[in-house]
Design a protein around this ligand. Sequence first.
Ligand SMILES: [Zn+2]
Length: 140
Amino acid sequence: MAGSSTGSIGFIGSMNICDCGKRATMYTSWSLKNSGRRFFTCSEKSELRCEYFQWFDQEVDGRNGDVITHLNNRRIFLEEKIKLLEERIVILEGKVAKKKGKNRAMEKTVMFMKLMTCVFVALFAMLLMVCKTKGSSGWL
Ligand SMILES: [Zn+2]
């Protein structure tokens, strides 16, 4: 039967028909054993999917298989490291946001202190002027 799952391995774009009678979809496996190996499976959503499964690529073994497994392990390690670093970034961003909040509060306090200093200097200057005026009339 034309377009059946048998005899189509090795031809990209060939028709693989699943048990539902629909064109199967090609995926790439990223499992440790079959990393990068392509396969066909049912294109339906998981709850409606039939059991159809057909490898597209031949199994990789020997040295190439070892290299692919090593690279795949390295990829998994790096993905875990990225995940940890992303979590660390989130924590650090939270700390930075807290520090910014504290800085804003401190800036407000500093502004208030500057304002109060100006008020006290002005009051002191007025007091001096009053004292000087009183002093000229014999008070100081
Ligand atoms: Zn199907």
